[in-house]
Design a protein around this ligand. Structure first.
Ligand SMILES: C[S@@+](CC[C@H](N)C(=O)[O-])C[C@H]1O[C@@H](n2cnc3c(N)ncnc32)[C@H](O)[C@@H]1O
Length: 205
């Protein structure tokens, strides 16, 4: 039997990322997002109209299979227009997905592996990638000439803020020889930077 997990339970362990997506959608226009390796993190739907969540975990599948629970979890938490479409794919994001090419405004990659590498083609030109460096995705994105860093997200006292100040100080490797895509891929971990943020917002050029 699969243990039931809800977003509100998950928030107790990871914190509430609602303010991350509020800040992000204040900064850039996002109508649709793709979130591979989402688990039960429903926070993008508090700020974005259409979100497709993807995960192989049976607990995520169980959570998203119950529209009443999902809707109840969002009550009183969405900004106007957000949370209209919540779709879940029980799928491995490294395999082809039932998602149109170049359709998403935003690709979310948080603590879930090499999402950018496998899912970049679902992002529309000019769209955004929100990635952190825990599993190496922001480190790989930083090396990709198709992406430009446009903002960083900081977390303070449980709230997130996005800033474009002093961007050139971020994603500067402590040891430049470690900034190698093959090496990052095989380690599955991000490299150390002189200045860090919770996550990085890139724009696809
Ligand atoms: C550490 S959790 C992070 C969840 C969420 N992104 C967060 O930041 O709280 C990683 C999730 O990615 C999922 N995952 C890892 N590799 C995956 C893959 N290839 N396809 C789909 N889901 C995957 C796992 O099942 C797990 O639920």
């Amino acid at each position: 039997m699969v243990r039931r997990v809800t977003w509100s339970q998950y928030r107790e362990s990871i914190g509430d990322r609602t303010s991350l997506f509020t800040a992000l959608t204040d900064a850039v226009p996002v109508e649709s997002a793709l979130y591979p390796g989402s688990y039960v993190d429903l926070s993008p739907s508090t700020a974005i109209a259409t979100v497709t969540y993807i995960d192989t975990d049976a607990r995520a599948a169980q959570f998203f299979a119950d529209p009443k629970t999902v809707a109840a979890e969002l009550v009183g938490r969405t900004r106007p227009g957000a949370g209209q479409s919540v779709r879940f794919l029980a799928a491995d994001y490294t395999r082809p997905l039932d998602v149109p090419e170049a359709s998403a405004d935003l690709l979310v990659s948080l603590f879930a592996g090499p999402v950018w590498e496998h899912c970049h083609h679902y992002l529309r030109p000019g769209g955004w990638l929100l990635a952190n460096s825990s599993h190496g995705d922001a480190s790989l994105a930083a090396l990709d000439p198709a992406l430009s860093l446009v903002a960083v997200a900081h977390q303070r006292d449980g709230r997130f803020m996005l800033t474009s100040d002093r961007l050139s100080e971020f994603l500067v490797p402590r040891r430049p020889e470690q900034a190698d895509a093959g090496r990052i891929r095989s380690s599955g971990r991000g490299i150390a930077y002189t200045r860090t943020a919770f996550a990085y917002l890139f724009q696809r050029l």
